[in-house]
Write a protein that binds this ligand. Structure first.
Ligand SMILES: [Fe+2]
Length: 191
């Protein structure tokens, strides 16, 4: 890491943060899959569980190509401070243990608890909270791709990131569409 440019170091930090995040998201998706009611939502979760498993492997592969250990919870505080305003997503991703993903998941779980007696609202909560996480992941991959484009990396790195980005975009769109349908089913009510 020491001999790397600042941008390369940001990239590796982002990679590391996203890797930690993907693993947490994977566990969350499995829970969401168990909890979901509608077959359509279950299918989206099942598909995205497989995709996320591949995304974790892709990130590991990128780490191997770069010769860096991405499975670490250590941050570079000085580097993070200096980049505060330029690379928000990556900095959010890399805050030690990827607290932002944890917070997004926790919010989704809180929402589910609030509606635990209302089966009709369960899928709405699941689709809504997960599509928010997917949009965050889209930002993460886009930001990593922007950084990768500025560095003279092995072209395979960009290919791997683009594959995952496309999956995240599709998952986001699928969940957004389910969210729209679930909202359409709900009658106007005060909560
Ligand atoms: Fe995802």
């Amino acid at each position: 890491m020491e001999n790397r440019s600042r941008l390369e170091r940001y990239f590796i930090l982002g990679l590391n943060g996203l890797y930690q995040g993907e693993k947490v998201i994977l566990d969350n998706l499995k829970e969401m899959h168990e909890t979901a009611n509608s077959p359509e939502l279950k299918d989206v979760f099942a598909k995205h569980i497989q995709e996320t498993e591949n995304q974790v492997k892709r990130l590991e592969k990128i780490g191997t190509i770069l010769g860096e250990n991405i499975n670490t919870e250590e941050g570079e505080e000085t580097l993070l401070d200096k980049g505060k305003h330029a690379l928000k997503t990556i900095l959010f991703m890399h805050d030690g243990k990827n607290k932002i993903v944890g917070a997004l998941i926790e919010k989704g779980q809180d929402l589910l608890k609030k509606f635990e007696d209302d089966e009709s609202a369960k899928d709405l909560c699941l689709a809504g909270s997960t599509q928010f996480i997917e949009s965050f992941e889209v930002n993460c991959y886009e930001e990593l791709l922007t950084l990768a484009g500025k560095e003279d990396f092995d072209p395979e790195i960009e290919t791997l990131l683009k594959e995952s980005l496309e999956e995240e975009k599709r998952a986001h769109e699928a969940l957004k569409s389910i969210l729209g349908k679930e909202l359409g089913k709900m009658e106007y009510q005060t909560i």
